[in-house]
Design a protein around this ligand. Structure first.
Ligand code: SF4
Ligand code: SF4
Length: 57
């Protein structure tokens, strides 16, 4: 299981990337994406995101 960022909702603010304990979130074309192979499903990104774009798949 991993979290995934809804690209239609992501504002590209980068707040989630700074909170991820394993560095699984990177910027791509103005949006942020989660590497599912690195995500440990801690939920920190979802808690930090102002628009709740990350959710568990
Ligand atoms: S759930 Fe946790 S480990 Fe996974 S991307 Fe979000 S902050 Fe990183
Ligand atoms: S905190 Fe939310 S809006 Fe900001 S980059 Fe991350 S997913 Fe996108």
């Amino acid at each position: 299981m991993a979290y995934k960022i809804n690209a239609d909702e992501c504002l590209g603010c980068g707040a989630c990337a700074g909170e991820c304990p394993v560095g699984a979130i990177t910027e791509k074309d103005g949006k942020y994406v989660i590497n599912p192979d690195e995500c440990i499903s801690c939920g920190a990104c979802a808690s930090t995101c102002p628009v709740e774009a990350p959710s568990e798949e």
